[in-house]
Design a protein around this ligand. Sequence first.
Ligand code: GTP
Length: 597
Amino acid sequence: TPLSHIRNFSIVAHIDHGKSTLADRLIQMTDTVAERDMKDQLLDSMDIERERGITIKANTVRIDYTADDGQQYVLNLIDTPGHVDFSYEVSRSMRAVEGSLLVVDSTQGVEAQTLANVYQAIEADHELIPVLNKIDLPASDLDRVAEQIEEVIGIDASGAIPVSAKTGQGIRETLQAIVDHLPAPTGDRDAPLKAMLVDSKYDPYLGVVVLVRIMDGVLKKGDKIRMMQTGATYGVDRIGVFRPAMTVVDELGPGEIGFITASIKQVRDTRVGDTITHEKKQCAEPLPGFKPSIPVVFCGLFPVDSSEFESLRDAIEKLALNDASFSFEMENSAALGFGFRCGFLGLLHLEVIRDRIEREYDIELITTAPSVVYHVYMKDGSMEELHNPADMPDLTLVDHVEEPRIKATILVPDDFLGDVLKLCQDRRGIQEDLTYAGSRAMVVYDLPLNEVVFDFYDRLKSVTKGYASFDYEITGYRQDNLVKMQLLVNDEPVDALSMMVHRDRAEMRGRAMCEKLKGLIPRHMFKIPIQAAIGGKVIARETLSAMRKDVTAKCYGGDATRKKKLLEKQKAGKKKMRQFGKVDIPQEAFISALKMD
Ligand code: GTP
């Protein structure tokens, strides 16, 4: 296909504004898939993605379209992940295309992720086509939403296309607008190969399938290629395009998007954003802006049933095959036994992995409180990355601790603004900006990531009745008064409950944890002190009083079978206990204590 007849685009939208439905319609309208092959949502391939209504891994599809001028065009759609945790992947996919459809739900308006994604598109120099979706709904308000796009995003929305991805109205106009308004790609067929590694996926039959965008040169089957960032070399086995089913082609030229397989064993060997070139005739410089994605949120995953440790290892290793940004190492906790310390790109990423282990591998898990990566500066001048609060070095050796900060953007209807400001303030936030877009406020806060990983989304949703939208990016590290707080039960530290807290909030947190634990640990024959401490100094304390009578005592010695039943019940309960010195703590207590209120 000549360059002039190729258009590459992505769709930017807030979650639930109709990106997948629209993509399905575009594919359907052009007969790319026969009607009977059309599943509900072709682009979202994993069950969990569908259930949660989010797109996790970028997908792509090649659409053949006969335009108004009677000529055939090739339209390549790259589907980008819709969530903040994957913003680097989004930025890479954006660099692989020349334009975007900006989809806004015309019953809702611009939301936080609309903004975050559209800024990425603008940064990638995209031509934008505003699409107002869901016009079939009575609440659709085209004028208001078009005005809002102009006001908040600052682009011309007079040519916005009214669409119903549900009924198919406006789909033909959208396809034609892609041909008319988006620029054709540029590239030099005779130059050395320069291609971007946009995404990769593990396929049980084909091995790793790599999604590429060719910038210059031509890629053919049998070519020896080199990944410029990792330095690895491979022979290309297969070249193809997604229609959306995988279809083999002879070659991919400049401007084209497709896949290759090359006997790559694991997704870890591929890096999103890497530059692919020919081993023999290399391009002069790699594509700019490569950044390996690194985990920022860590937590421990332990099997509830310790005999499932090996199955958990197996599940984690399989998931890691297909996810280069998920890291893990074995961890041994006195409280929870053997498990894994795992690193994620963000909270959503964590939730997705945890859910997949529980559902696809049927392993019940205990997840310890998520923690961010702290930078611990030692008195001797060295710096340690702290992934697990339990590993915090002795305070006397520590000079200071830095924590990651984020820039959070929240869009919220006026009525809830007060609650949102209070929430951010309570989480040690610093307000950076407050502006209005129609009847909605846009607030920008500088917040510690640590205060967001616990339960910020949930709190935000509940105080705004679900009306707020939220997006964030990590801005850097800053020093603060951060300390490790330990929980001691009968004077024994419980490692799984160690956490990093801000000194000013430690007492409050400590008191809450002690009270909670007091309610969760069963009484013993002796008094049990429950304490929160910072570096040996107790800051909160509760005492669980001793059990006065034997459990069977209240049976008044009468009914023997009842007595026996009670004792059996007690025995069964024992099994799920963990011993801390002389104290038995039920597994359930850890799970509940780690849940935030
Ligand atoms: P993510 O994959 O989470 O990013 O969401 P999405 O933007 O892909 O949204 P999706 O296509 O899953 O649509 C969200 C919901 O809106 C679904 O229930 C769709 O059926 C519905 N929907 C999408 N387009 C339209 C439309 O034009 N009209 C109506 N009435 N509903 C629509």
